[in-house]
Design a protein around this ligand. Structure first.
Ligand code: 5GP
Ligand code: MG
Length: 174
């Protein structure tokens, strides 16, 4: 199996530092920001961005978890629209919510995320940060903050490893 490393741990760290700066620049500070990481690896990326922002601006941005399994358009036995798919310790109404994920592909997970949020709250704005954009969108969705664009073949897969859950931190293509 072919394995081509795209980002090592230092590159991932620099990339997340840049994204943290971009979010702050775009939002004109950390005011009203909320970070929501998509399970699983988006959670750790969101937490890493949170700590970068804390180092830069001294503000701890509320950071939560989004699990959109029940909102996927390919889920047929959906339990109920009443399930709250996110866990966050703050009111997201009128806040700027940044969804954080590891890989953006067809866009269906992000579409589900928007539903999961908008079923319950009205943020003043929702944007998207992704570590990798691998292309092949099937919906009109794009990311606001991108770590790296990796044009992939459909047969390829991006492997994201983060030492919070894996034995090392790197991104490779196989
Ligand atoms: P989408 O819903 O945009 O098709 O896919 C995005 C979701 O599936 C993300 O949550 C991401 O974790 C996962 N995903 C899609 N393609 C890949 C890939 O090549 N590598 C990894 N690691 N995750 C992927
Ligand atoms: Mg995922």
């Amino acid at each position: 199996m072919d394995k081509r490393i795209i980002l090592d741990d230092k590159a991932i760290d620099r990339t997340l530092t840049r994204i943290a700066h971009e979010i702050l620049e775009n939002n004109k500070g950390a005011h009203d920001l909320v970070l929501l990481g998509i399970r699983t690896r988006g959670i750790y990326l969101a937490q890493r961005i949170q700590s970068k922002i804390e180092k830069i601006d001294g503000i701890t941005v509320p950071t939560g978890v989004l699990d959109v399994t029940q909102y996927r358009d390919d889920v047929t036995d959906r339990v109920s629209q009443d399930v709250v798919a996110y866990t966050i310790d703050t009111d997201m109404n009128n806040r700027h919510v940044v969804i954080v994920d590891d890989v953006l592909y067809t866009g269906r997970t992000v579409r589900a995320s928007l539903d999961a949020i908008l079923d319950h709250v009205r943020p003043k704005r929702i944007s998207l940060a992704t570590l990798i954009d691998r292309g092949h969108r099937e919906l009109p969705i794009r990311a606001d903050f991108i770590g790296k664009n990796i044009p992939t073949a459909l047969s390829e897969e991006i492997v994201v490893m983060l030492d919070e859950v894996d034995d090392k931190t790197q991104v490779y293509i196989k």
